[in-house]
Design a protein around this ligand. Sequence first.
Ligand code: ZN
Length: 250
Amino acid sequence: MKRILLTMLAVVVLLVGVAGGLVGSAFVGLQPATDGPVAPGVQLVRDGYVNAFLIDLDDGVALIDCGNDPEAKSLLAALKDRGLEIASVKAIFLTHGHRDHLGGCRQFPSAAVFAFEGDRGLVEGTKAANGPLPRLAGIDASAAVKVTSALTDGATVSFGSVGVTAWNIPGHTEGSAAFLARGVLFLGDSAAGQSDGAIRPAPWVFSDDVGRCRASLMGLATRAPMQTVAQLAFSHSGWLAGGSALTTFH
Ligand SMILES: [Zn+2]
């Protein structure tokens, strides 16, 4: 009996170790992310291990994702620092529907919520994620929020003088998005910036289909106006200067 228990314990320890190693390796060698400006009118707000971004509009701000924290403490503090309030957030652009990018969205009830149709079920809490690890969590409606505006591939949403262009880059999730605003190309979880200046695609344990994610990134490099890209920004790493890490990605 004791031997069986010890064997079971060893198997559990091994499985936890392997799972921990897989998750940990996803973060090794990444460019560190810190709060602050990414470009004129674009601010990174770190929320634990995930980034959200404030994009200045003529009147108020738009968010790229809402962080992991249901109380959105980091985002609310960043708004307060700038003399802005909850109602100043006019729009939320979701890079995809994983829980750690939706966490704080409910704190901004007057904002329009933009996402691609492919991730509507994830965002609204009616569908489970497909990646090997996210799948284990099943349907998670704890941060569900209504998509008020479905995005169109390649189209620009304009707020006065500021435009946000969206591309659907399926792979990490079906409705994964890239956004270009104020010269910054936001890639969400579809890619991460490494400290050596290269990018790598989303880790497979968190993704629907990494091969598709890679192909989408290479396609994006031919579809987006890369000559206008001053920075690449990511959800779990620091940003990279210029767009060449994407145009040379293969
Ligand atoms: Zn994700």
